[in-house]
Design a protein around this ligand. Sequence first.
Ligand SMILES: [Zn+2]
Length: 466
Amino acid sequence: MKVNIYNTMSRKREEFRPLKSDYVRIYDCGPTVYGYAHIGNMWRYLASDFLRRILEYNGYRVKQVMNITDVGHLTEDDLLAADTGEDKMEVTARREKKTPLQVAAYYTKAYFRDRRALNIFDPSVTCKATEHIPQMIKIIQGLEKKGYAYRLPDRICYDVQKFKSYGQLSGTNVEKLKMGARLEPIKGKKNPYDFSLWVIDSHHLMKWPSPWGVGYPGWHIECSAMSMEYLGPQLDIHSGGEDNIFPHHENEIAQSEAYTGKRFVRYWFHVRHNLVNGQKMSKSKGNFYQLDDLEKRGYEPLAYRYLCLTNHYRKPLNFTFPALKASQKALMKLRLLVWQWRRETKPAEKLSAAAKEWQSKFLRAVNNDVGTPQGLAVAWKVADSGLPAAMKLALILDFDRVLGLKLAEWKLKVPLKIRKLAAEREKLRRRGKYQEADKLRLEIKKAGWQVQDGSNGAVVLPRSKF
Ligand SMILES: [Zn+2]
């Protein structure tokens, strides 16, 4: 079946066709590791995971490469600040009395803990900027040779006017440009859009020798260098957050295409930002959350994954606690259904015609520009359908390859004490001692569980604390 993806470059939904028939090369802009990731960052990586899983579900082999930005960089926040801006990696290193590489290693580990808790597949290749400095230098030299770069006393700059299609991805018009606060304020640059490829600075904590002097690379060059290193000059999909479109991805295109002379990316995949209660998340507003904060409140990371599945990636994710609570509940309900079917039967080995129809519905839903909300809706329709349990089980576990909710792994663990009380209650009921049985039911309830009487006898289920 066809897969459609919205391409930021063409501003259209397009049929997905990789360069090589069944092999997909994806490059993901990875985290900057000078601090913890927040739930908005993780939403963006979840959306990439949904895309990858959908492609794999369709039978594609996927090679997904993600970088770790462990070279300190002046960020836009720094540029907007009144002072000259200080490298965040170095600020953190000083504050935590660690070397920049120790800081990076610590936050990389924390980031991967969050990823795995959310059941996001590890990338096929994870690569660090600090380990690819020679590759970056080589590209900058090539750009210089081709006339796309020029020297200033303290840096090498990319000359955007030499790259004719600059601005195509973001729709930025170079001619009408006014000096924007979001651009690098570099003294002496020819055009406000020009950006640093290499900064000469021997006082920087992280520095490397280069043909232009000791210093460090500009931010954008690392993604051009590492994508080329592991995926070659042309990518099928490049993903990132919508805030990466300009200037980061625009600059990646300018660097890569000027250097190789080839089209860099076939499909640009951008995930919309997230909001909290309809507002921008910020530390000053007190609405800034990490995955850990949700866990402290008793929510599972997979409940957050579920919440993200209910939102299309091109719509802002509006995070609220009631929505997270509803997701936690829905996840629990789905798990219990799967668990109950598994008690009764095994997943069907062969799908019936009716079940196959549901499978196509699911495929159509998710293949339509990563339609996870629609895919999830199909899963619930299957759960409520009149299909035999073995069919439902086979379908839902199949869909979970995309949903990633670990439904097959979940087991209901009822404490021995509760199981004993339930067995005792059952005995009393059989003897007609309903009043005494009811006392035990209340005791079980107080302990956080509930007894449900069904055709196969009583089942003990958790009383959801949500
Ligand atoms: Zn990047």
